[in-house]
Design a protein around this ligand. Structure first.
Ligand code: SF4
Length: 327
């Protein structure tokens, strides 16, 4: 399958499907996670500190409050397209007559957003979906929190809305998953992805490069294993060591290292060459919202800057996403 450009960007996918740019609104819907609340463990994944990448979670953590979904969505829309700056400053919250012109996905980002009973989930998703400008959902979750009842609910939404499920995998190697205390296996991920097939739900896998004890060959193997699953999207992350996490303790004890930007660039480029051409790349790099939380690596390119570097790298190699699969 031909790839538009050097790799298949989410922006290209949206343009093909909606003819315009679609914006994602990051949300904290107040969910917890079974890997934190004692159901599986209390420590969570050893790298996890949600407030580092989720502005709404940061607010939950620092102010102890979660705004309603409507409030989070309406404020985001107002900030992003609320007319003149003066007006936005005057009214921190949109006036009642504000109608967004852009299209948005409500991105349930913080923690595990399918961790609840179906009635609660329906109420939260519908609160977002029924607001003006919202054309669908993007739901971040774990593979072991996707019962058939929950998939039925998402399938019902997918008839009228655009629905992505963003499922954390991080690595396809069970040894690594154990080491980072994920609390699920690769087989559970594969089963969850297969269970979404044919339901009109798009599935995006999250992976992390540079996890403790993993070498380049293993990171490439994760891509090969994903290629044979009905996955439609992928989000790449570099391992980041954040203050207060168990990973930070390993880092301080000198038991783990992190990737240099050069290494990460090389690995992502290698992975793109072997990634199926129809898999949409949602992101190539993670950015922390609060730099003070980041212990390592100290390099932090912007997402657009890093995308350019990847394109330059593939261009210089004369390759593109899926190149190796065509040889
Ligand atoms: S599953 Fe997600 S939210 Fe839960 S501990 Fe792991 S990274 Fe954090």
């Amino acid at each position: 399958m031909p790839v538009p450009g050097w790799y298949y960007r989410l922006s290209s996918f949206f343009r093909e499907n909606f003819g315009e740019k679609i914006y994602k609104i990051p949300l904290d819907a107040g969910f917890s996670c079974p890997n934190r609340d004692g159901t599986l463990s209390t420590g969570g994944c050893i790298f996890c500190y949600n407030p580092s990448f989720s502005p709404a979670s940061l607010e939950r953590e620092t102010k102890g409050e979660i705004k309603s979904l409507s409030e989070q969505i309406r404020s985001f829309q107002w900030r992003s397209e609320g007319g003149k700056k003066r007006l936005r400053e005057q009214f921190s919250f949109p006036p009642d007559n504000f109608i967004p012109r852009r299209k948005y996905l409500a991105y349930f980002q913080s923690y595990t957003n399918t961790y609840g009973d179906v009635k609660t989930l329906r109420r939260k998703y519908e609160e977002a979906l029924f607001l003006p400008g919202i054309i669908g959902l993007s739901i971040g979750t774990r593979p072991d929190c996707l019962s058939s009842e929950i998939l039925n609910l998402l399938e019902s939404f997918s008839r009228d809305y655009h629905v992505w499920l963003e499922i954390g995998l991080q690595s396809s190697h069970n040894r690594t998953l154990e080491r980072i205390n994920r609390g699920h296996t690769f087989e559970q991920f594969a089963a969850a992805v297969k269970a979404t097939e044919g339901r009109g739900i798009y599935t995006c896998a999250h992976i992390i490069n540079g996890l403790p004890g993993e070498n380049r060959a293993e990171m490439l193997e994760t891509i090969q294993r994903m290629n044979v699953l009905p996955v439609q999207g992928i989000k790449f992350h570099q391992l980041q060591v954040l203050q207060g996490t168990p990973l930070a303790q390993l880092y301080f004890r000198g038991e783990i290292g992190v990737l240099t930007e050069e290494d990460y660039l090389g690995i992502v480029s290698d992975q793109l060459e072997i990634l199926r051409g129809d898999i949409v790349v949602h992101r190539l790099l993670n950015e922390v919202t609060n730099r003070e939380l980041l212990l390592a690596p100290q390099w932090q390119d912007s997402r657009t800057g890093f995308s350019r570097h990847v394109e330059d790298e593939l261009k210089s190699r004369g390759t593109f996403q899926g190149y190796s699969l065509q040889q």
